[in-house]
Design a protein around this ligand. Structure first.
Ligand SMILES: Nc1ncnc2c1ncn2[C@@H]1O[C@H](COP(=O)(O)OP(=O)(O)O)[C@@H](O)[C@H]1O
Ligand SMILES: [Mg+2]
Length: 303
């Protein structure tokens, strides 16, 4: 704990929040949306990015926080640089709401912004730096033969930021730790964010696959490259593909093709927009039937 969280403030914040309508008594400056979280800053807590993840059972949330701290220390042990952080929860009815706080990074320095104002050569260089961070994770995981502990990482460009010349990785709110091959994260929390009709499908077909891919070096790089379609830098993909393949060949990893990335992106975009649309439908029915709805949803994600 680094004391970034003011628990009294969070309690007051939660008491005065209506996620269904997206209304708070505090002015929320939304920094980003995740699959299950919303990231924002309020004037009362300036300099801090708050990530709100609802719908925990009270008995689950402390284990999740422990895993979060463990994940961050494993990433640091692997050699990655992270922003300062803290975590706490607030009880609300029979649920717990998790808050992860981080030092707020300059939005301009988050890498999916950076890539729109640099030259091709600089983009290559930044991309190589990211690959090197990912490589640290894989070097760390090599040792799991002895330790049994592996970490996963979401290498997308929007998860890294520059600060004083350092490249920081900040998407740590989904702690991906595998011990003796078993995912330590309580995936139920993610399932709960999905609309009921989708839960069984997601659970059966995707969940294991979605989690596993963060532990596979090649797939993490495919995901990073494919995400550049969404970030509107598709033009840079062929150039970066060469950089990636040269890098990966050192590890004896099979070359990635443009076609593969395109296909991956299309499938991924389909799954996530289906997911978002079903969640909106779920929110709509919750409104009609006067039920609580705990999540903040983005209106539209540009693809
Ligand atoms: N500490 C931070 N400072 C500034 N912006 C942030 C911070 N953390 C997250 N964001 C913004 O919110 C977005 C989503 O946050 P992230 O931690 O990547 O969560 P997710 O798991 O939802 O992708 C980021 O891409 C970034 O734009
Ligand atoms: Mg992210």
């Amino acid at each position: 704990m680094t004391g970034l969280i003011d628990l009294d403030f969070l309690k007051d914040f939660e008491e005065n929040l209506d996620p269904k309508k997206g209304i708070s008594k505090y002015e929320m400056n939304i920094l980003g949306y995740g699959e299950i979280s919303v990231v924002f800053e309020v004037r009362e807590q300036e300099g801090i990015a708050l990530k709100r993840i609802p719908n925990f059972k009270p008995e689950e949330v402390e284990a999740y926080i422990d895993l979060f701290h463990e994940y961050e220390s494993l990433l640091k042990e692997a050699g990655l640089k992270l922003p300062r952080s803290d975590a706490a929860y607030v009880l609300r009815g029979d649920k717990a709401i998790l808050y992860i706080a981080q030092e707020r990074l300059e939005s301009e320095n988050v890498c999916n912004k950076v890539i729109h104002k640099i030259k091709n050569d600089e983009f290559k260089e930044l991309f190589l730096r990211i690959l090197n961070e990912l490589r640290k994770v894989w070097d760390f995981n090599e040792k799991s033969v002895v330790t049994g502990t592996e970490i996963g990482i979401d290498g997308q460009i929007s998860n890294f930021a520059l600060k004083n010349g350092d490249l920081l990785y900040f998407d740590t709110s989904t702690p991906m730790v595998r011990r003796n091959g078993e995912h330590q994260i309580n995936a139920e929390v993610f399932l709960r964010a999905a609309p009921p009709i989708m839960r069984t499908i997601v659970k059966r077909l995707f969940l294991q696959e979605i989690l596993d891919r963060y532990f596979d070096f090649r797939l993490v790089v495919v995901d990073l490259l494919a995400n550049l379609f969404k970030e509107k830098r598709k033009d840079a993909i062929p150039m970066l593909l060469d950089v990636a393949n040269e890098f990966l060949s050192e590890f004896g990893i099979k070359n990635i093709t443009y076609k593969e990335i395109e296909k991956y992106y299309k499938e991924d975009a389909f799954i996530w927009s289906l997911y978002l649309n079903l969640r909106k439908l779920h929110r709509f029915t919750a409104k009609i039937f006067g039920m609580r709805y705990e999540y903040f949803l983005p209106e539209k994600i540009e693809r």
